[in-house]
Design a protein around this ligand. Structure first.
Ligand SMILES: Cc1cc2nc3c(=O)[nH]c(=O)nc-3n(C[C@H](O)[C@H](O)[C@H](O)COP(=O)(O)OP(=O)(O)OC[C@H]3O[C@@H](n4cnc5c(N)ncnc54)[C@H](O)[C@@H]3O)c2cc1C
Length: 384
């Protein structure tokens, strides 16, 4: 039994936390005070962002408004970013965001849940790829990327542009196909290059999927360079071979990092700096701290970091936060070994894969569109 009001602090409004808020809207114990710390008044759904780049969705269609969800959950929203955690003391350091005023510099909690996603650490990026932090269009944070993309479209309307996407994983490929489709549909002259980092295109997929992706790239006359980008300068990217590729817009969709502010938190972290959690999505070092999504790594069963896994962690995370509050036993979450991957090649066509199986067509894209819109509808509540 516990006595008095307990404070639950949700860091970030990521894919798992929107579900936690929806669950709290259905049932919030009267003795649980809930605060959400997040920098934007909405949660961007990355799965639909390539569709926004392609011109198929508006920005608003890719955003879950936070205010109605927070209100329904009886929670409080603080517009800011976490800049540090002291897990032992149960405190979180806060920097205001979006021009918000009266934001406390520190928040205190009894239970902490972290779903802030992954980042591109600008300091590490600058060391590995000098010039990139200032000159490249970086896909994280995705809100900043989405805000800048219309400027690229406008630039392409004035002059022929050369665009290089650095990173040949799912995010880089989907953005590349979407950008190519958008500029082609609008009749703009543009040249596209994919810089893989030295490895194969779609390296995390089976060879069958890789062949399908390569066919789609060829069909669109997209040049593939199996090279690493080692620097970005005005109007060009530098490659590991010593060559320079002229490029007006370098788009960086490289692998992500753990947030640097986790260092010094006292939390047990994986080798890559992510919050180490057990089968209950609970910190392996601090039982009052939970984490899910790209910011966390399962110590017992590490899995890929993707939106699908972040979404799947939402219901068990919500149940375990409430159980921890009530002092009830926690339930393990078993992430699936395989997930359905739908890789869009511009709006209207997608490559579907599940384990060793793969296929593609307009049907796969319509399937993805239905899944994505259903996710948005589930968490988009009417405004007050
Ligand atoms: C273009 C693109 C397309 C993608 N498409 C897919 C796809 O189709 N399928 C798929 O499975 N995966 C996809 N991914 C990967 C997917 O985006 C991530 O795996 C997913 O977003 C992880 O969810 P999350 O909840 O961990 O974090 P996020 O979705 O990143 O949410 C993090 C939240 O925390 C907030 N936040 C960030 N920093 C702080 C801070 N310091 N303090 C407080 N709040 C903070 C953010 O504003 C946000 O609200 C794609 C990624 C990209 C870039």
């Amino acid at each position: 039994m516990h006595h008095g009001i307990k404070k639950l602090l949700l860091l970030g409004a990521g894919h798992a936390h929107v579900h936690v808020l929806a669950q709290l809207a259905r049932h919030r114990p009267a003795d649980l005070d809930v605060t959400v710390l997040s920098p934007y008044p909405f949660q961007t759904y990355s799965g639909m962002t390539p569709g926004f780049v392609a011109g198929h969705y508006s920005a608003a269609e890719c955003q879950i408004p936070l205010e109605p969800l927070v209100r329904a959950a009886g929670a409080r929203w603080v517009q800011g970013r976490c800049t540090g955690i002291d897990a032992a003391a149960g405190t979180v350091q806060v920097a205001a965001a979006g021009g918000a005023r009266d934001v406390p510099s520190e928040l205190r909690c009894d239970l902490l849940s972290i779903d802030t996603g992954a980042v591109i650490d600008r300091v590490r990026l600058e060391a590995e790829m000098p010039g990139a932090a200032d000159r490249a269009l970086i896909v994280r944070p995705i809100e900043a990327f989405a805000a800048l993309w219309p400027q690229v479209v406008a630039m392409a309307g004035d002059q022929p542009v050369s665009i290089a996407v650095v990173g040949a994983g799912a995010a880089g490929l989907e953005l590349l196909f979407a950008a190519e489709q958008r500029l082609r549909n609008e009749g703009h002259a543009a040249r596209f290059t994919l810089i893989t980092g030295g490895g194969e295109v779609a390296a995390n997929y089976t060879q069958g999927v890789q062949r399908r992706v390569l066919r789609q790239l060829k069909r669109r006359n997209i040049t593939v360079l199996r090279e690493a980008c080692v620097g970005v300068e005005a109007g060009a990217v530098r490659l590991a071979s010593g060559a320079t590729l002229a490029c007006d817009v370098p788009i960086l969709a490289i692998g992500t990092h753990a947030p640097p502010w986790l260092q010094g938190s006292g939390l047990a972290l994986s080798e890559s700096g992510h919050v180490l959690v057990n089968a209950f999505q609970q910190s392996t070092s601090h039982p009052a701290v939970f984490a899910a999504g790209d910011v966390a790594t399962r110590a017992d069963a590490p899995h890929a970091k993707s939106g699908v896994y972040a979404v799947r962690a939402g219901p068990p995370l919500a149940a375990n936060l409430l159980a921890a509050h009530e002092g009830q036993p926690l339930k393990p979450h078993h992430p699936p070994a395989n997930t359905l991957n739908l890789l869009s090649c511009g709006a209207g066509h997608a490559i579907a894969s599940y384990g060793p199986l793969h296929a593609e067509g307009g049907w796969a894209w319509r399937w993805k569109d239905r899944i994505d819109r259903a996710f948005m509808a589930r968490y988009t509540l009417p405004a007050a």
